[in-house]
Design a protein around this ligand. Sequence first.
Ligand SMILES: Cc1cc2nc3c(=O)[nH]c(=O)nc-3n(C[C@H](O)[C@H](O)[C@H](O)COP(=O)(O)OP(=O)(O)OC[C@H]3O[C@@H](n4cnc5c(N)ncnc54)[C@H](O)[C@@H]3O)c2cc1C
Length: 129
Amino acid sequence: MVERKLTLISLWVFLTADIASKMDSLSEEEAIKIGLQDLSKLLQVPIQTLQDNLIRAKRISWNKEQYTKGGYSTRKIGNPNLRKELGEPVDNKLFFAGEATAYWTDVQTVHGAIESGWRTVSKIMSAKL
Ligand SMILES: Cc1cc2nc3c(=O)[nH]c(=O)nc-3n(C[C@H](O)[C@H](O)[C@H](O)COP(=O)(O)OP(=O)(O)OC[C@H]3O[C@@H](n4cnc5c(N)ncnc54)[C@H](O)[C@@H]3O)c2cc1C
């Protein structure tokens, strides 16, 4: 008797910006189909083979998740100062923090968000309110 080994592969794909919005506008079924088509091209495996072996697929729309309402920021090419501008206070009264404003450190990350919080607290402390 031939013993068959079951191999499970979990594959994650992250999409950002306009492509993420486009995928969010599709039904989950359509989005997964596009994902399989891309994977089929990438691996050069017929899409039917992928579909036959697919156990489960799920599309998560971070913009629609109640406690997330987004993922992390992605800057378009051509505006290198955008994150800095986004973090500028308004009239030295309204202050901003968050990974999207972390222009000098690790953007798109939890530690970038924390460091932006430290920077903003320091700005508030030195502001003449
Ligand atoms: C799938 C995924 C995987 C990730 N993996 C990693 C990882 O491995 N390591 C890492 O360092 N980072 C990771 N990140 C990124 C990390 O989660 C973010 O960089 C970090 O959470 C940003 O923190 P923040 O405080 O700037 O914003 P957020 O954590 O996004 O906080 C913003 C808050 O504002 C709320 N909000 C939004 N709009 C409104 C509104 N209109 N009114 C009221 N509240 C609102 C949201 O609900 C949210 O609670 C990941 C993100 C995603 C989506």
